[in-house]
Design a protein around this ligand. Sequence first.
Ligand SMILES: Cc1cc2nc3c(=O)[nH]c(=O)nc-3n(C[C@H](O)[C@H](O)[C@H](O)COP(=O)(O)OP(=O)(O)OC[C@H]3O[C@@H](n4cnc5c(N)ncnc54)[C@H](O)[C@@H]3O)c2cc1C
Length: 307
Amino acid sequence: VLRHGLHYMASSDRMRRWAIRNPVARRLSLRFVAGETLDDALQVVRRTNDEGMRASFDELGENVTSREEAEEAAAAYCQALTGIAEHSLDANVSCKATHLGLDLGLDTGTACLRKVVGQAKELNNFLRIDMEGSKYTQVTIELTKQMFAEYPGAVGTVIQSYLYRSGEDIDELNKLGVRVRLVKGAYLEPTSVAYQQKAEVDGNYRKLADKLLADGTFPAFATHDERLLDYIKSRAQMLGRKPEEFEFQMLYGVRRDLHRKLHDEGYGMRIYIPYGTHWYPYLMRRMAERPANLLFIVGNLAREARG
Ligand SMILES: Cc1cc2nc3c(=O)[nH]c(=O)nc-3n(C[C@H](O)[C@H](O)[C@H](O)COP(=O)(O)OP(=O)(O)OC[C@H]3O[C@@H](n4cnc5c(N)ncnc54)[C@H](O)[C@@H]3O)c2cc1C
């Protein structure tokens, strides 16, 4: 019930307006978000690199409703790519297709995406198109394939293990050589398209990880689930995949102990670093994944209100 409530709150405009004006909520968002500006993110990425880990910049935003917002988002991602090159950072960029105008039509989404992927290619870097709710799965995969055909190697996407369809999607992307990040999935999905039980989602994650370890191009395993991490490490060893042939990815502010542990064990570790003013839905999804985070936030809000 709580998870459903948090997903509902993630899409509530009233709650969003309240949260972004509330100084305490803004400060608490910093547990999961690097800050509101590119400079904030550049500093966090520098620190991450200094600790021996890679990063992915994510300028927060989704479901924009005007062409100007989509173009601003494309410009912001291009700026992030330029910042990475200028500061010689070990980082790439992640974005959402609806942040680049996909809801306004395929033409707008494709045009904005093309600018960013083109810039990534020119700077010898890489753009990961995050995966959103299931109504965007097919179009996101189509867009990725189109961009990959235009700019080979400069773009990849994300596959969610809670979706029934994901095995076929991975087979197709593996054949093309498109890089895949495997996640469990962060949206509320109906039984018609997605597994609902943790055991099923985790079981499918293992199956999909096997496919990626066998045939994938530099796959990324994005999870904080220690049982899955152990599974991937042992399967990689069995299949003769060396640590430099894949990487692990985790979220900024989540299980920092594991970031360091995997890095110390010699695995590639990339930290997903979100920044920007549109942090509200991102933060609510992190709450839905682990409602204990909500207790932390509510406890802090109550303490601040008393003090
Ligand atoms: C790098 C990265 C990129 C992602 N990109 C996408 C994407 O494009 N599309 C998408 O749908 N989803 C994405 N996700 C989110 C993903 O789908 C899951 O919702 C999220 O990773 C939580 O699942 P888990 O695999 O960590 O396992 P879980 O079983 O949810 O968690 C395992 C353990 O990790 C810790 N943990 C997990 N989440 C949190 C949290 N929020 N706060 C504190 N501790 C936590 C807890 O200790 C928990 O017991 C991404 C995740 C990562 C790490």
